[in-house]
Design a protein around this ligand. Structure first.
Ligand code: PA5
Length: 447
């Protein structure tokens, strides 16, 4: 198997003195072992995996009997699946694709939902409703509308076209599943959305799309098993890429680098940037600390946000993703005008490689500390490794910052205010705040 490499040459690790963070290895390894043993870090130990793989195998004929899967969810419940779709099921975006089709409803957008309701052949569509809490309004409200339509169209057997991925005991979706005999897969305890891509949350859609989800799991296990081991010690941690990435990031943040670019030069992996952005932001944006993740994709974003990366505020670090074994595509032959003669005999692969190298060197020359992930192959196994390392690095970074990387308390306020606005019971304080806010004279301007 080809080897993935993390290249630290341009990371400024000495200049930043990231080694000063290594002193935390004893405490962090002890805490990690303890939390794994207590079942608090299932993204790493994956105690649910054998049963899940068995269940997925049992469901395969049923799931693949549908032409369409419509995934309803939001945030961590869908971002992993979308990244996998774009990376490993790009056929769907290619001309003349003949199915299967995978769709995602992850917003409150009447136009999109209406088009799903009107245009999807509902009898051939499996609706996968994914919500750990089982009560997220953006997800559940879509479920209500689609359920109504399905019931009308399919009659008594409508529930055959639904599958819920949710908590095993609690929440509205669990109650619905029990009451209406809807198939379910579990989101394990203590597995928050943004750490759940390697559970049924990501693997069910992957299975539907024909993605090699077992290799994904194998890749993640290969990088996470030493951390999940009961013998984890400071030395193992110090040699683990996720710990070093955490030391690097925690140091960058302390030194005022409050933005972190995720620059993918594997074009079809662009959505891993969205997945990572949510993982990083929701885990680490706390108590006035953190670094804002910025997903970018080469070469496209060289003509967009790259100017700011290169010559805007010097407050950015960069995770840079490359793969030398991408398909090279056709070569440019003799019909190329002289002006472009430098690409004669070269391929698309040469072009993206050269552009990646140019961008990486330019970022370095402009004082952006950069760590390069050189993926040996743009495969499921490599993606599993990458996601495993990034999830663990996020936890370690949070612990070094002294915050809890598992919760996301700040996002609750907006949700409570929206509920109050819609007239939900209780929430008197929010209702008072709303009244005060809405009665304030607005300073408005016509444009
Ligand atoms: O990462 C997270 O925990 C969140 O982004 C959740 O995934 C998101 O809020 C959706 O929650 P739920 O799965 O409970 O519907």
């Amino acid at each position: 198997m080809a080897t993935n490499i993390i290249d630290w040459t341009d990371s400024w690790q000495d200049k930043l003195d990231i080694k000063s963070k290594y002193a935390s290895a004893d405490a962090i390894s002890a805490r990690f072992s303890k939390e794994v043993a207590e079942g608090k870090l299932p993204f790493c130990s994956m105690p649910y995996m054998a049963e899940l793989l068995y269940d997925l195998e049992g469901l395969e004929d049923y799931v693949k009997g549908f032409d369409h899967m419509l995934l309803l969810g939001i945030g961590g419940s869908v971002l992993g699946a979308r990244a996998l779709q774009k990376a490993f099921f790009s056929e769907q975006d290619e001309p003349c694709h003949k199915g299967p089709w995978f769709w995602i409803g992850d917003n409150v957008c009447a136009k999109t939902l209406e088009s799903y309701l009107e245009k999807l052949p509902l009898e051939k569509t499996l609706v996968a409703v994914v919500s750990k809490s089982g009560g997220t309004i953006e997800t559940i409200s879509q479920y209500f509308l689609i359920r109504k339509k399905m019931q009308k169209k399919l009659g008594e057997k409508w529930n055959r076209n639904f599958l819920f991925v949710t908590d095993k005991k609690s929440g509205f979706l669990r109650e619905q599943a029990d009451e209406l005999s809807i198939r379910t897969l579990e989101v394990p305890d203590n597995l928050g959305g943004r750490y759940s891509v390697l559970s049924a949350v990501g693997l069910l859609p992957a299975m539907f799309m024909g993605i090699d989800y077992r290799s994904l799991v194998e890749g993640a296990s290969a990088v996470l098993s030493s951390l999940a081991s009961s013998t984890l010690d400071a030395e193992t941690l110090l040699n683990h890429p996720s710990y070093k990435i955490a030391c690097w990031n925690a140091t960058l943040m302390e030194k005022g680098y409050n933005e972190l670019i995720f620059f993918s030069y594997i074009p079809q992996w662009a959505c891993f940037g969205q997945w990572f952005a949510q993982l990083w932001a929701e885990s680490l944006g706390k108590e006035g600390k953190g670094s804002q993740p910025i997903p970018a994709v080469g070469a496209t974003d060289q003509h967009s946000v790259n100017q700011m990366f290169l010559d805007g505020p010097r407050n950015k670090g960069c995770l840079f993703l490359t793969c030398d074994s991408l398909p090279h595509g056709e070569k440019f032959l003799e019909d190329i005008p002289d002006k472009f003669s430098y690409i004669k005999g070269k391929s698309f692969g040469d072009l993206i490689h050269a552009e990646g190298l140019g961008t990486k060197m330019a970022l370095s020359a402009n004082d952006v500390p950069l760590v390069e992930f050189k993926m040996a192959e743009a495969s499921e196994e490599s993606a599993g490794r990458l996601m495993g390392v990034l999830m663990a690095a996020t936890i370690f970074t949070g612990w070094m910052m002294g915050i809890n990387p598992i919760d996301q308390p700040a996002v609750e306020l907006g949700k409570r205010l929206a509920k109050a606005r819609l007239g939900a019971d209780g929430l008197q304080e929010e209702k008072n705040d709303l009244e005060a806010f809405l009665s304030t004279k607005r300073e408005e301007q016509i444009f």
